[in-house]
Design a protein around this ligand. Structure first.
Ligand code: PEP
Ligand code: MG
Length: 876
């Protein structure tokens, strides 16, 4: 027989997968002899089984639960429904990873008309008894039967009005008794049946409700945001009640052993006398600071302090605890490693090392890398944010906080920002042309696009806040207005967006500047000691490159050269190149661009102070660069000596039905080798010049995008090598350089042995590789992925978190096929996954040499790479 239920005394802290975090810790606290009201845990496997059985608790599990009720009755000396000594329990969820507030809880279970009379009499406190009963009916109706809280709250409000009182605590026993009866009537009205009086029936309903709550919408969203698989399920803890609401010598509290906001050592928390747990959380009454508990409950407080010390030393981490004091006696209801801000996480990790509780390696392993994001971007003032109500939600595409006046075009963003105004750029979607406007804006909000859409990638690169893909926005760009949540916003109206959560707010929420605290550098230095994976950055401006270098990047892993062509002084020449009819015309235009390109590369080399720079050759389809405004078209016609119609005809001819699979990547170099030649001249000349001036030994790495065939790559590589060697010879210089390719098309991975013969390195462009492997457009998949999440087909956006099963298999294949052919081949990743911790762990495992990510993700990648190395070492 499979065991689905464990007494607290049968478990321990290592059984988290089976018992959930709460269950494992209740067991551990029981083992160390702390005062824990006893009970049992129904395992996460029972939850999984419940879903497999079509959302039913099968007979075997029900049988075990009933058996354990018996055991619990023996341990506590109380009995369900007993007239002498009735057992009352709490029923709480508890997943493997803590998901605070995401699932359901039911308290005071076991009460019925008879039991309430017994406890009223035995306690001599009928008010308390009836308060428990009315709470239970309310909670059970809401959580188990999904009746909804509001009907009960209305009845309470009516009762308070009738009695002329303001607070719940002012209601008398008779009032509460009357309320309980009204609640039961309400229940019958809504459900069509009497409120269940059999405690076992109540318990089965409550357990089912907790299992069901694993699949509620907020839990699903929380799991997706926190990389928690749906398959884990939740455990259920059935625990004997301790009562904090039996009078003024009772109470309940929540406390941390260190401040979760700052990490400062010391008890931090709140306590409420004569109350039950949910009162603290719901904020019905204002609780007192935990330190004040000392005066009211000196003994319990002293005992609690000892427990805190024991628990912190036992878990060697900051604890977040829930407890109850019943007639002066302390009961521990829960402990867990507390959630904390990034700042607190760093301070606590350093302090634990200094206090001798943790090693540097353990300190590095205990910080969630994703948290660091918040330290690197401006943030909303926490208090103001708490008070604000979001009016919509998109994807949190690039973290940070932004607020300002709404503008609808990149030009307006630039113009308004030039006048000193703070603006948020709101667009249907952005295109590379918008880049300067995006830079000028505080943040970017788009209606379309996913995590790897242009807006998202560019914003992350710039460290600007971006919320993308808010499909609820009804946009009218022509009228410069949009509607969201029934509010119509015009140009100049104010808005705030949160690039971490994706939330959108009306008006301005004040922001505070991000500060990198002292511990940050210390933890990063430790991380660097442990990691073996190098961390580079995706950057194409000296400003971004410098920033990334400051944040610890060890080179550029991807310079998207196309971004350089959009600068004002070169877009005209670039358009001339596109609209040329002959090679000569094209070369003439490219000659104008060459000095700009060269100086761009020089600046990048300088910013990286001699570290490697991977220059990726022109990649996007050319139509992205052509002018759309009549005036620009006319100007281009004039410089080209062509008519407006001729230019328009060229532009039309560039139209493609499927541009992402069209004339782009190295296909451009196959058709227009002169573009690759110009870029090679610029890369090589810049390297020779900077090496000479600085005395460095830069080895430029030329990266050819989107190859799918070795002959195709050889064709382009031969051009590059010929030009590069000519340049080196002409300069009479010595320069080593590398030519590699991006692996972005499944065929490239499948034929990696042939491709390896032509390449010095492979860099996985997992944005395109994901797009081409799934056949999902990276710009449009947001539209249907939500349906995939809802149906549990997918739990994650494959563009944000690497699909290890499919895309990862192709990556492994490319490495396995490529390495034997070319022993010096090195491997990197420069898709957006290069900054995602779980993807980084995979990259470490399959033996990549580096990950490359946007500048503001560099510290996250450094930490994640260290954690991956530590985990790999410890799992050996
Ligand atoms: C990629 O495809 O992963 C990549 C890095 O290139 P881009 O995003 O520029 O297509
Ligand atoms: Mg690509």
């Amino acid at each position: 027989m499979h065991k689905y239920v464990y007494l607290f005394k049968e478990g321990n802290a290592d059984m988290r997968e089976l018992l959930g975090g709460k269950g494992a810790n209740l067991a551990e606290m029981t083992n160390i002899g702390l005062p824990v009201p006893q009970g049992f845990t129904i395992t996460t496997e029972a939850c999984t089984q419940y879903y497999e059985d079509g959302r039913e608790i099968n007979d075997e599990i029900q049988g075990q639960i009933n058996e354990y009720i018996g055991k619990m009755e023996e341990i506590t000396g109380k009995k369900f429904g007993d007239k002498e000594n009735p057992l009352l329990v709490s029923v709480r969820s508890g997943a493997r990873a803590s998901m605070p507030g995401m699932m359901d809880t039911i308290l005071n279970l076991g009460l019925n008309e008879d039991v309430v009379e017994v406890i009223a009499e035995k306690s001599g406190n009928p008010r308390w008894a009836w308060d428990c009963y009315r709470r239970f009916i309310q909670m059970y109706s809401d959580v188990v039967m999904e009746v909804g809280k509001k009907y009960f709250e209305e009845l309470i409000d009516k009762m308070k009005a009738k009695k002329g009182v303001k607070q719940d605590v002012e209601l008398t026993a008779d009032d509460l008794k009357e309320l309980a009866s009204q609640f039961k009537k309400e229940y019958k009205k809504k459900i069509g049946k009497e409120f269940p009086s059999d405690p076992k029936e109540q318990l089965m309903g409550a357990i089912k409700a907790v299992f069901r709550s694993w699949d509620n919408p907020r839990a699903n969203v929380y799991r997706r945001d926190n990389d928690i698989p749906y398959s884990w399920g939740t455990a259920v803890n059935v625990q004997s009640m301790a009562f904090g609401n039996m009078g003024d010598d009772c109470g309940t509290g929540v406390a941390f052993t260190r401040d979760p906001a700052t990490g400062e050592k010391g008890l931090f928390g709140e306590f409420l006398t004569n109350a039950q747990g949910e009162d603290v959380v719901a904020g019905v009454r204002t609780p007192m600071k935990i330190a004040e508990m000392e005066q009211k409950f000196p003994e319990a407080f002293k005992q609690f302090q000892d427990v805190c010390k024991t628990l912190e030393e036992h878990y060697r981490d900051m604890q977040d605890m829930e407890f109850t004091v019943e007639h002066g006696q302390l009961y521990m209801l829960q402990t867990r490693n507390g959630k904390r801000t990034a700042q607190a996480a760093l301070k606590i990790a350093c302090d634990l090392v200094d206090e001798g509780m943790r090693t540097e390696e353990e300190a590095v392993a205990m910080i969630d890398p994703r948290n660091l994001d918040t330290l690197l971007h401006p943030q909303f003032d926490a208090k103001a944010l708490k008070e604000a109500e979001p009016i919509g939600k998109g994807l949190g595409a690039s973290p940070g906080a932004a607020c300002g006046q709404i503008v609808f075009s990149a030009e307006d963003a630039e113009e308004w920002a030039g006048k000193g105004k703070k603006v948020v750029l709101v667009r249907l979607e952005t295109s590379p042309e918008d880049i300067t406007g995006m830079k000028a804006a505080q943040g970017i909000l788009t209606v379309r696009g996913g995590m790897t859409s242009h807006a998202a990638v560019v914003a992350r690169g710039m460290g600007s806040c971006c919320v993308s893909g808010c499909g609820d926005i009804k946009m009218n760009e022509a009228k410069k207005e949009f509607t969201l949540a029934g509010i119509t916003f015009h140009e100049g109206d104010t808005i705030s967006i949160d690039g971490t959560t994706g939330c959108i707010y009306e008006g301005i929420i004040p922001t505070v500047d991000a500060a990198i605290v002292g511990e940050f550098g210390r933890v990063m230095a430790w991380a660097d000691k442990f990691r073996t994976l190098k961390v580079r950055t995706n950057a194409d401006t000296p400003r971004d490159a410098k920033k990334a270098h400051e944040l610890g990047a060890e080179g550029i892993g991807l310079c998207r050269t196309e971004h350089m062509f959009f600068e004002e002084d070169r877009i005209a020449a670039f358009r001339e190149m596109i609209c040329s009819d002959t090679v000569e015309e094209r070369e003439k235009a490219l000659d104008k661009i060459l000095p700009y390109q060269q100086s761009d590369f020089e600046a990048l080399y300088e910013a990286l102070e001699g570290d490697s720079v991977v220059v990726r050759y022109l990649d996007p389809p050319l139509h992205e660069f052509v002018p759309t405004e009549e005036a620009d078209i006319a100007a281009l016609a004039k410089t080209q000596g062509k008519t407006v119609e001729q230019i328009k005809a060229i532009i039309d001819s560039l139209h493609e039905f499927n541009p992402m699979m069209g004339h782009r990547g190295l296909r451009l170099a196959v058709t227009y080798p002169e573009i690759a030649k110009m870029q090679t001249r610029a890369v090589i000349r810049a390297a020779i010049k900077v090496n000479k001036e600085e005395g460095w030994k830069i080895v430029p790495e030329i990266m050819i995008p989107l190859s799918c065939d070795s002959k195709e790559l050889k064709f382009v590589k031969d051009i590059v090598v010929k030009v590069a060697d000519e340049e080196i010879k002409a300069a009479n210089a010595k320069l080593e350089y590398k030519v590699g390719t991006m692996i972005e098309i499944p065929r490239a991975a499948l034929t990696a042995d042939e491709i390896a013969a032509q390449a010095d390195f492979f860099c996985f462009g997992t944005n395109d590789l994901t797009q081409m492997t799934f056949g999902f457009s990276r710009d449009d998949s947001g539209k249907f992925l939500s349906a995939y999440y809802k149906e549990k087909i997918f739990e994650q956006d494959p563009f944000a978190r690497l699909d290890q099963t499919g895309v990862g298999k192709l990556m492994k294949m490319a490495i396995t096929l490529g390495k034997p052919v070319n022993k010096d081949l090195h491997f990197g990743i420069c898709g957006e996954h290069g900054g995602d911790p779980s993807s980084i762990e995979f990259c470490n495992a399959i033996g990549l040499d580096y990950v490359s990510c946007s500048p503001f993700r560099v510290p996250i990648a450094r930490l994640a790479a260290a954690q991956a190395a530590i985990k790999a070492k410890n799992n050996k």
